[in-house]
Design a protein around this ligand. Structure first.
Ligand code: TXA
Ligand code: MG
Length: 352
């Protein structure tokens, strides 16, 4: 998988991009689509603008941001050293849904890095994101200009995959906190980028994503591990166990235990996300919303955050989500679901 798959140059409006670049230049915040989720962007070289991101999201200052660059050459200005496996991954997967954690250069200020000695960089494939980066580089006369951007949601909540999600969560000024929201339609992939860390010498996956462990292992020619969670003060905010969370308690339930769980919770109002064949025989009066889960990991990821938001916005008091298969291809989706359940103070109900 690489960037070419998520390009849709036809829909980019240059006038909208020009306006967004002006907003970035004067230190404002622009929400923009990427192939993963919407980002809340600021010019990475303007500390005041970067500080505004934390304020807008309610995000703790120690949680570092990803900086988005328009090509691999720009990374040399943000990282002081690029290990060979990192170069291999950039060539193979950029532009695309892959973030690299590298030793930072002096240009990567403390706000971007959370005061750490590393910086996270990614080159997005989405045509709007690429145009915005190109416009910023041109306006600044600086080919390595970058956009610092976390996902454009309130801290800890579900990431946005549509402009409407950003409007609901953060809103546009004067009533909201974002200076300008670019509506580039639905994000192609739907979950955040895979994060690969090279800083500790070994290559480790800090956050699984659409580019899976087998693809990364094949590209660099050595096995890659998923780093264990870092405890209460992680370097990756997406690794806090309660992340990507709905506001209502959410339970992950083995598919063959769903019907019994729905009955057991009666009369509590419930919303359910499960494979279509599991929904067919539920028919309980306490079900206020049933959503059919997609059958492949790609389709599931694409729809996931929108579906979680719909479950959360329903009249249900509790959300039940059928556990997807445990195979490696579902690793990223499972990671997000487990964190969402933990963040909502929900639980995991096994079949037995
Ligand atoms: O797909 C994505 O990566 C999206 C789009 C907008 O690009 N961005 C995104 O950003 O998910 P955010 O901030 O929601 O998640 C980025 C993750 C955070 O968990 C952050 O802690 C981690 O990257 N991160 C940033 N810098 C890091 C560093 N130096 N070391 C380890 N983790 C880092
Ligand atoms: Mg996020």
């Amino acid at each position: 998988m690489n960037g070419a798959a998520f390009r849709d140059d036809a829909c980019v409006d240059p006038a909208i991009v020009r306006h967004a670049v002006e907003v970035l230049l004067r230190g404002g915040l622009v929400a923009f689509p990427t192939e993963t989720v919407y980002g809340l962007g600021a010019d990475a070289d303007q500390p005041h603008a970067v500080a505004a991101i934390f304020h807008a999201k309610g995000r703790p200052k120690a949680h570092p941001l990803i900086i988005h660059v328009s090509n691999a050459e720009a990374v040399d200005r943000w990282a002081r050293h690029i290990p060979e496996p990192a170069r291999v991954l950039m060539r193979r997967f950029w532009p695309g849904p892959l973030t690299l954690v590298l030793p930072r250069s002096a240009r990567a200020n403390d706000l971007l890095t959370g005061g750490q000695d590393t910086v996270a960089v990614r080159c997005p494939a989405n045509a709007w994101a690429q145009s915005l980066l190109a416009g910023l580089c041109e306006a600044r006369g600086e080919p390595s200009a970058a956009i610092a951007a976390p996902s454009a949601n309130r801290y800890g909540r579900i990431s946005p995959t549509r402009a409407a999600h950003v409007r609901t969560d953060l809103g546009e000024k004067p009533t909201g906190v974002v200076d300008f929201i670019i509506d580039g339609g639905e994000c192609a992939l739907g979950i955040e980028s895979t994060i690969v860390d090279f800083a500790a010498g070994a290559t480790r996956i800090l956050r699984p994503g659409s580019i899976g462990r087998p693809e990364i292992t094949a590209a660099i020619g050595e096995p890659v591990q998923i780093a264990p969670d870092a405890g209460p003060t992680p370097r990756v905010s997406g690794r806090v166990s309660g992340h990507y969370a709905p506001s209502k308690p959410m339970e992950l339930v083995a598919p063959d235990a769903i019907a019994a769980r729905v009955r057991a919770l009666r009369p509590l109002a419930l919303a359910v996300l499960a494979p279509p064949e599991r929904l067919a025989d539920l028919g309980a009066p306490n079900l206020v919303l049933c959503i059919a889960a997609a059958g492949t990991p790609q389709e599931y990821a694409h729809a996931l955050y929108d579906q979680l938001r719909r479950l959360d916005a329903s009249a249900a008091r509790r959300l039940l989500v059928a556990l997807p298969p445990g195979e490696e291809a579902w690793e990223a989706v499972l990671d997000r679901l487990r964190r969402a359940a933990a963040g909502s103070e929900g639980q995991i109900i096994d079949a037995d």
